[in-house]
Structures are given as structure tokens and as C-alpha cells.
Design a protein around this ligand. Structure first.
Ligand code: PLP
Length: 342
């Protein structure tokens, strides 16, 4: 059931691939378009559930940490509940996400090293937990470790996949930062299907442990610039690792360049405008296909977790080769004749 402050999150479309499927010679590929959620990412599912849970306590203010999308969602939904929010944001959060948060009236603080240095990131979390205890303010992080009720809202994503495919099993590809999303999808699917975890090479916590075959999540100094996937220590990574082993999925790492290339393919071959993190799942599938590990006859689903509008810098990269002209009215007829010919 939707929460009282719902903006229409969830129930997102599962659309068949056109260009990429035929180019790769795959039997079936679908994209789950989380981009169409109200603030442009799957995080709306989390925030809608979390705020419905917190609302009866009537908090005056909420503190949160965010790489950008949790903050965008929180800022929008908190505006509906008339709750003030203070959001501590990753140093390298993209402009689109920062503007979204500010437009809804959230107070933002960007912290140097937050999201890349494991020490700084841990200390920010510890500090906020202290304030949470002292001031009794809710502390929102999109992870089971901090907000299990909100994360249950994300599990709907997995349940929707079962409904939308009428239970026909598929290989599901999920981008992994802190690991909460991956865990939620596996739980929503009740671990019935293989779910593959895709991380950037520059911030591989879960996949590195999966490859080593042990249970230790080793903190890393993150070098990836993919907003949303730069979580340098264990928030929900241990949970995600356990799910990865339980579903029999594969741990995949991809370079930032491979993620940007997948983002371009989505834009040019599918008409889907994703932010880079939203294209990481596809980059993971492309890697398995390239390595000959993925059976082209199997069904695949890639989550597209966030909208391209959130990251104008990467959008500018995609648009660089496109044409945009300014002409006078007198020049227009000749230009139209010329352009419709080729
Ligand atoms: C667009 C997008 N995709 C994927 C993720 C990864 O989610 P998690 O940190 O729960 O692994 C995030 C996290 O911020 C995100 O914003």
C-alpha cells in the first residue's frame, strides 16, 4: 500500500531492449526503469517507506547521509511532510542531485573525503550517530544497518520483477555501492533467481570479498567517480555478499569507462537516459557476454536505477557529438532541405 506522502513511486516499467539485444545476439533483455520514479531514482521507494515509518513520531528534523539520490528523495518527501532535513553529501556529488535537494529546501553539507576515504566516511557516520543519540533525531541512510523498514520498501522492486515476468526466471544485474539495493532485490525475489552484483573497479568491496572467497569486507580508498557506487566500507556489503553467495550470482567489476560506454549505449540504442550508476548493471552484463560467461539464450534484466538528468556533466559527454544550431529565419529553408537529405 502506498504511504500517505506517496508521490507515485514504484510500479516502474520493465521494457524490452531493442538495439542492444539484437547487437549482442541475446534471446531476451529487459530494462527495469527506476528512472521514472518521482525524483528520478529507486531511492523514492526507500524514502516513502522510511518516512511513513518515522512520521508518527512527528520529527521536526531529519539527518541523513547521501551520495545524492537518497538526499534528492528525502528532500522531496520531507517537503511534503514539512520536516526539515540536514543532508551530509559526498564530496563529488553531481550538480543535478545537489540542485534537486536545494530546490526542495534541504540544508546540504558537502564533506571533503566523504564517500572516498573510509576513515572520513566512518567518522561522519559516527558523528551523526552521536547526534542521533543526543538530540533524538532520526538518522536516514539507505541501508538495512540503519533503516531496515525503509529498505523493505525497496524489496518491492524484486517482487515487481516476478510479477512483470510472470515468474519466468531471469539473470538480474544490479549495481552495488553500499550493498543495500542488491540485498533488497535478492530478498524481494526470495533468492529464486541468479542476481549479479556489479561494482566499479575503483570501489570493489563486495566483489573483492566474493572473489577472495572470504567474508571480510576490506575498506578501500575509492577512486571511482560513479556517483552512488562510491561506498568505501561495509554498510550493507556483508549482507550483499551473503546474498550473492545464496543466489549463485556472479560478482563483476567494471571500469568507470565501461560504465560511461554502457550509459551511451542506453542513450543511443535504447532511448533510455540513465545516470552513470544507472548504466552499471548493463556494463556488467556486457562484460559477462564479452568474456563468454553469459549464455546468450538466457533471459537478462538490467536495473536502470537513476535518471541521466541527475548528472549534467556525464550528460554533456553524451551530447558532445550531437548537433545544435542557431540560425536566422532566412537561413532556415536551406538548412531544412540540407538536413532532411542526410
Ligand atoms: C542510482 C544508484 N544506483 C545504485 C546505487 C547503489 O545502491 P547501494 O548503495 O544500496 O548499493 C545507488 C546508491 O546511491 C544509486 O544512487
Amino acid at each position: 500500500m502506498s504511504s500517505p506522502a506517496s508521490l507515485g513511486e514504484g510500479r516502474t516499467p520493465l521494457v524490452p531492449s531493442r538495439g542492444i539485444c539484437s547487437r549482442l545476439g541475446l534471446a531476451e533483455l529487459h530494462f527495469k526503469l527506476e528512472t521514472v520514479n518521482p525524483t528520478g531514482s529507486y531511492k523514492d521507494r526507500f524514502i516513502a517507506a522510511e518516512l511513513a515509518h518515522l512520521a508518527p513520531r512527528a520529527p521536526q528534523a531529519i539527518m541523513a547521509t547521501s551520495s545524492g539520490n537518497t538526499g534528492s528523495a528525502l528532500a522531496a518527501y520531507a517537503a511534503r511532510y514539512a520536516i526539515r532535513c540536514l543532508i551530509l553529501v559526498n564530496e563529488h556529488a553531481p550538480e543535478g542531485k545537489l540542485l534537486q535537494m536545494r530546490a526542495h529546501g534541504a540544508r546540504l553539507v558537502r564533506v571533503r573525503g566523504f564517500g572516498s576515504s573510509p576513515e572520513v566516511t566512518q567518522q561522519v557516520f559516527d558523528l551523526l550517530r552521536r547526534f542521533q543519540a543526543e538530540a533524538g533525531l532520526p538518522f536516514v541512510v539507505s541501508a538495512y544497518r540503519y533503516c531496515p523498514v525503509g529498505m523493505q520498501g525497496v524489496e518491492d522492486l524484486g517482487r515487481e520483477l516476478v510479477e512483470q515476468t510472470r515468474g519466468a526466471p531471469a539473470h538480474v544485474f544490479v549495481p552495488v555501492g553500499g550493498g543495500g539495493l542488491y540485498t533488497a532485490v535478492c530478498r524481494g525475489l526470495r533468492r529464486r533467481w541468479p542476481v549479479h552484483a556489479v561494482q566499479p573497479e575503483g570501489c570493489s568491496t563486495v566483489v573483492a570479498a566474493w572473489r577472495r572467497g572470504d567474508d571480510a569486507i576490506v575498506p578501500v580508498t575509492s577512486t571511482t567517480r560513479i556517483s552512488g557506487l562510491s561506498v568505501p566500507f561495509d554498510i550493507d556489503a556483508s549482507l550483499a555478499l551473503a546474498e550473492l553467495r545464496a543466489t549463485g550470482g556472479t560478482g563483476i567489476t567494471v571500469t568507470d569507462g565501461e560504465i560511461y560506454a554502457a550509459q551511451r549505449m542506453l542513450a543511443e540504442l535504447e532511448g533510455i537516459l540513465a545516470e552513470p550508476a544507472g548504466a552499471a548493471a548493463l556494463a556488467g552484463l556486457l562484460k559477462l557476454v564479452e568474456q563468454g560467461i553469459f549464455d546468450r539464450g538466457d533471459r537478462a534484466i538490467c536495473l536502470v536505477t537513476g535518471s541521466g538528468f541527475k548528472d549534467p556533466e556525464s550528460l554533456a559527454g553524451l551530447a558532445a557529438a550531437g548537433e545544435e544550431l542557431m540560425v536566422s529565419l532566412g537561413e532556415l529553408p536551406e538548412l531544412i532541405r540540407e538536413r532532411i537529405r542526410s
